[in-house]
Design a protein around this ligand. Structure first.
Ligand SMILES: [Zn+2]
Length: 344
């Protein structure tokens, strides 16, 4: 079968690899119907040292169960399923607490002998715990929105939930990437009425307005902080959703959080230190967020997609075939594509 490998920064290849097949009795094999490229895939694409061997890559996919191991009881061949961006047993103490990203028997796609999602098929470990059955057919028009349940939409949702978004909170979202736009949609879904989106790509912020943003602030840095403060009577917003992961973004977040408010970060942090100094202490700011346990949220978010109330799949603005994945990475890295969908 074909799958995507990364050999180093800027070096993505689609190659023949051994077919996905059952190894453990708890495995399933899933034929991939849709996968995609994640903003977090761009970090190794930007900076990974060159290797002589390739590493499998891709952690968001949706597909059809082809085969199940002897111990898999909740799935059967032909089921359409979505996989969250880490696999997990969904039964250990962390999983029961809704923190499947810390599963005692879980792990990451594309690492240590586990297939990546950007390929024709995937061996899914802990299939009963990992996969969520979707009540749709293989040709459903909802597939791209359902694929967003793998990572990007639950990540935006996690950001909003951990920050405590509700109908009484004002919200600023920093970043108009796919996660930022998903955070806007999630905040709106949780009832926020005032959502300020900080971003400067008008095609993206327009989608942000469709998702529920009430104001758009293109300015960055000190100027951006001032602009948000102006819009909020000088106070800033109760909640700041930091969906970038760079140090200037966390500094902006600290500048626009209202006293007593919270900042949630879900952008993979590319910095070591957060300046939580005495002035932040005096303002009672809470810092929260982290990697999203997507598996914990899928059942909650799924009905709104099935009913057509939300369309998180609108963040996909380009679709390519598997052979064109290297070009898809280039398009996301140079900013000409927001999020790239990979049909089979
Ligand atoms: Zn677990």
């Amino acid at each position: 079968m074909k799958a995507t490998l990364i050999y180093g920064a800027g070096d993505i290849r689609v190659e023949s690899v051994p077919d996905a097949k059952l190894r453990e009795p708890t495995d399933a094999v899933v034929r991939v119907l849709r996968s995609c490229i994640c903003g977090s895939d761009l970090w190794p694409y930007d900076s990974m040292p060159a290797h002589s061997h390739g590493d499998r890559i891709g952690h968001e996919f949706l597909g059809v169960v082809e085969e199940i191991g002897a111990d898999v009881s909740g799935l059967k061949a032909g089921d359409v399923v979505v996989a969250p961006f880490v696999w997990a047993d969904n039964t250990c103490d962390f999983c029961r607490e809704g923190l499947q990203t810390s599963c005692r028997h879980g792990g990451q796609w594309g690492s240590s002998d586990v297939d990546g999602g950007q390929g024709e098929a995937v061996r899914v470990p802990q299939a009963d715990g990992t996969l969520v059955k979707l009540p749709v057919a293989e040709d459903s028009t909802l597939l791209s929105s359902l694929l967003s349940l793998s990572d990007v939409f639950p990540t935006g949702h996690h950001c909003a939930v951990t920050a405590g978004v509700n109908p009484r909170t004002t919200v600023t979202v920093i970043g108009d990437g796919a996660v930022g736009l998903s955070a806007v949609l999630a905040a709106k879904r949780l009832g926020a009425e005032r959502i300020i989106l900080m971003g400067r790509h008008t095609d993206r912020t327009d989608l942000g307005r469709d998702f529920g943003a009430t104001d758009v602030v293109p300015e960055r840095g000190e100027e951006g902080v001032e602009r948000v403060r102006e819009l909020t009577g000088g106070d800033g917003t109760h909640v700041v959703l930091e969906c970038v992961g760079l140090k200037p973004a966390i500094k902006t977040a600290l500048g626009i959080a209202r006293d007593g408010g919270s900042i949630s970060r879900v952008g993979v942090p590319q910095y070591r230190d957060v300046p939580l100094d005495f002035s932040v202490f005096l303002r009672n700011i809470t810092l929260t967020g982290g990697v999203a346990p997507a598996r914990a949220y899928i059942e909650d978010l799924l009905p709104d997609i099935l009913d057509g109330r939300i369309e998180p799949g609108r963040v996909f603005d380009r679709a390519i075939g598997l052979d064109d994945v290297p070009a898809g990475y280039r398009a996301m890295a140079d900013g000409t594509a927001l999020k790239v969908l990979i049909p089979p």
